[in-house]
Design a protein around this ligand. Structure first.
Ligand SMILES: Cc1ncc(COP(=O)(O)OP(=O)(O)O)c(N)n1
Ligand SMILES: Cc1nc(C(=O)O)sc1CCOP(=O)(O)O
Ligand SMILES: [Mg+2]
Length: 211
């Protein structure tokens, strides 16, 4: 699986553009993964939106992940679900998921990353890597040293999330991330497609330098 550029949709930060518009524009710019994240939609509206994004990503080969809601992810035919440290535990989600279904996990330390790996996560996301204004309860950033320590401890794909942008993405990749998950650096830009393309190019350049 390729997780280089992982874009999370957010209609507030997206300045009135819908989840589906944001997803379409991000995949046009080369996003490898789209995550649908909305804490306010009803289950039914979230499912309708997830089915629409499923159609968009299916056409392009991008992965589609639903935040928090395993039920909606399964019903929509998404590729996976993202679960945080307060969401459904990974080992229980694994019992309900079909073979090949992706379960991503937020982690905040080497210890929580190792636990997520042991419980069956398919990727881990260091949450947050830097401070972010896009999630109220994210807390302070863990920084590049923690990112590098998680990289050394866990052999899963490692995503950095929180405060990542064109200016710092190269150092995040150099510290060991396989990919970056972003909201504002792509979804908050006027031209979502151009922002995604630019970030993806920077990731490719940084990977060519360090690997
Ligand atoms: C890729 C990725 N990483 C981390 C998160 C955060 O998940 P969580 O801690 O459960 O917080 P919420 O996003 O649910 O508010 C994420 N969504 N995606
Ligand atoms: C959805 C999310 N989760 C985070 C975590 O740390 O768990 S940070 C975050 C938002 C990331 O947005 P931006 O790229 O604008 O900083
Ligand atoms: Mg969550």
């Amino acid at each position: 699986m390729v997780y280089d550029l992982y874009v999370i949709t957010d209609e507030k930060i997206g300045n009135g553009r819908s989840h589906t518009e944001l997803a379409r524009q991000a995949v046009a710019g080369g996003a490898d993964v789209i995550q649908l994240r909305d804490k306010n939609l009803s289950g039914r509206d979230l499912l309708d939106t997830a089915v629409a994004i499923r159609d968009i990503t299916q056409d392009t080969g991008a992965l589609f992940i639903v935040n928090d809601r395993l039920d909606v992810a399964l019903a929509a035919g998404a590729d996976g679900v993202h679960l945080g440290e307060s969401d459904l535990p990974i080992r229980y989600a694994r019992r309900l998921a079909p073979p090949g279904f992706i379960i991503g996990a937020s982690v905040s330390s080497v210890a929580t990353a190792v636990r997520a790996w042991e419980e069956g996560a398919d990727y881990v996301a260091l949450s947050p890597t830097f401070a972010t204004g896009s999630k109220d309860d994210a807390g302070p950033g863990h920084g590049l040293s923690t990112l590098a320590a998680v990289r050394a401890a866990v052999p899963l794909p490692l995503i950095a999330i929180g405060g990542i942008n064109a200016g710092n993405v190269a150092e995040v990749i150099a510290a060991g991330a396989d990919g970056v998950a972003v909201i504002s650096a792509v979804v908050g830009e006027d031209d979502v497609t151009a922002a995604a393309r630019d970030l993806r190019d920077r990731i490719a350049t940084a990977k060519a330098r360090v690997r």
